[in-house]
Design a protein around this ligand. Structure first.
Ligand SMILES: NC(=O)c1ccc[n+]([C@@H]2O[C@H](COP(=O)([O-])OP(=O)(O)OC[C@H]3O[C@@H](n4cnc5c(N)ncnc54)[C@H](OP(=O)(O)O)[C@@H]3O)[C@@H](O)[C@H]2O)c1
Length: 258
């Protein structure tokens, strides 16, 4: 059961994998007044069928919004749409979950893979934070309580231990995914700098590693099921305070070195 009590939540890449499981668990918990903006790049396409089915079960809780992390116009449009639905309410929790992996080494990584991973995993989340910031600020102001929490206003960046500069060298043999790791290291720096900028507004910002999870991205060999990973992440997210602002943790609550 999720410990997250945030009311208005937005999740990117919500149509499958960890994003979909997050929407599922958050919509099943009995938090009154909750609304989830489940964003994905192709709401009507075949890859969003499971999300559409979930909405049928919780029509008053989940709204699907189109958001392509690779397309600045779509990010702007999605923020406009969410803003009109929020009215005077703010956005309590923004989960930057959408991401792509590309395999490769120095010898084999293509320019295209480097650009594409950087665009989706770094530039996309940066623009998402930028466009949704006014709604996070509204939520932070409206809360009337000091300090930081995901129930007040927070940005959670779903990163990976693959973006940890100090840890990744020992895992590189097993996971030769250079474009992915380089982009996620950039995403980690984005987290740290966003945390600096958001501090004055008391908007919590941190990075979370979900573990190695059986999804399209994680592959079949991964030891964790999405259910366990997301249960853990929601437990961690629900427990965050200003102590973890600007930090990097895994789904069990352990701190990860940058
Ligand atoms: N699984 C793991 O072991 C693992 C480990 C560490 C970190 N992570 C991180 O966890 C996050 C979720 O991964 P996952 O395992 O759930 O992967 P996944 O099953 O492959 O799902 C990725 C999600 O991101 C979406 N996405 C990709 N490009 C997008 C774009 N341009 N705009 C909007 N959405 C986009 C996908 O949507 P489409 O259906 O449209 O492609 C999908 O919903 C990622 O950031 C990943 O780096 C995962």
């Amino acid at each position: 059961m999720a410990a997250v009590k945030a009311c208005n939540i937005l999740i990117s890449g919500a149509n499958r994998g960890l994003g979909l499981e997050t929407v599922k668990q958050l919509s099943e918990d009995s938090c009154p007044k909750r609304h989830i903006f489940a964003t994905c790049r192709d709401p009507d396409g075949p890859k969003s069928e499971a999300l559409r089915e979930l909405v049928k079960k919780h029509p008053s809780v989940i709204t699907i919004i189109r958001l392509d992390a690779d397309d600045p116009c779509s990010i702007k449009e999605s923020a406009k749409k969410v803003g009109s639905l929020l009215g005077n309410s703010g956005l309590n929790l923004l989960v930057n979950n959408a991401g792509i992996v590309a395999k490769g080494t120095i010898q084999t990584s293509s320019v295209e893979d480097m650009k594409h991973t950087f665009s989706t995993n770094v530039i996309g989340p940066l623009l998402i934070i930028k466009e949704f910031l006014p709604y996070l600020q509204t939520a932070a102001k409206a809360s009337g309580t000091p300090g930081m929490s995901c129930n007040k206003a927070a940005v959670i960046n779903i990163s990976t231990v693959g973006g940890s500069i100090s840890t990744m060298p020992s895992l590189y043999d097993q996971f030769p995914v250079l474009p992915y790791c380089v982009s996620k290291a950039g995403f980690n720096m984005l987290t740290v700098l966003a945390a600096e900028e958001l501090k004055a507004d008391e908007i919590l910002c941190m990075a979370l590693h979900p573990g190695w999870v059986k999804t399209e991205l994680g592959g079949e060999k991964a030891p964790l099921e999405p259910k366990e990973s997301v249960e853990g992440m929601l437990r961690v997210i629900g427990s965050l305070t200003e102590q973890q602002h600007g930090g990097f943790m895994d789904y069990t609550g352990n701190t990860i070195p940058w």
